[in-house]
Write a protein that binds this ligand. Structure first.
Ligand SMILES: [Zn+2]
Ligand SMILES: [Zn+2]
Length: 137
């Protein structure tokens, strides 16, 4: 048996996620690892897969956390209340997004919550760097 986090698969929609997502969503940090909470995507039964967390499971975990507002993309607001990603958070794909304006102050924040952005972030910065920065805090 490997150490946590484990890769789990939702039996409802087959999405893979890490066991840390279950601990986080059930509000538990350490201790009783065998949480009775369901999968973070469907709150359904899940099975543990006998493999180490992969790049794709890091994408899924971070996506779910950002979507559920358990975690926020890294960035800051300027004096006009417009949100900009940090240097680490910024990827080439972000350049095709319109710069935030008074009318759309959070369009980059919304973009940084997308699976496409998270996938690119992990492929560029490396799964370990992203895991350390965003999934083990
Ligand atoms: Zn599911
Ligand atoms: Zn981006």
């Amino acid at each position: 048996m490997t150490c946590p986090p484990y890769v789990c698969k939702c039996l409802e929609c087959n999405t893979e996620f890490e066991s840390t997502a279950i601990i986080l969503l059930s509000g538990y940090h350490g201790g009783d690892f065998w949480s009775t909470a369901g999968s973070p995507c469907c709150n359904a039964d899940y099975e543990e897969l006998d493999k180490a967390p992969s790049e794709s499971s890091a994408v899924t975990t971070l996506f779910i956390r950002r979507k559920s507002r358990e975690a926020y993309p890294e960035g800051k607001l300027d004096s006009g209340g417009r949100w900009y990603p940090s240097e680490f958070e910024t990827t080439p794909g972000c350049m095709s997004i319109r710069s935030p304006s008074a009318a759309y102050p959070y369009n980059l924040l919304t973009h940084c919550r997308t699976k496409k952005h998270i996938k690119e972030l992990i492929s560029i910065r490396g799964v370990d760097a992203v895991r350390t920065r965003f999934l083990e805090a």
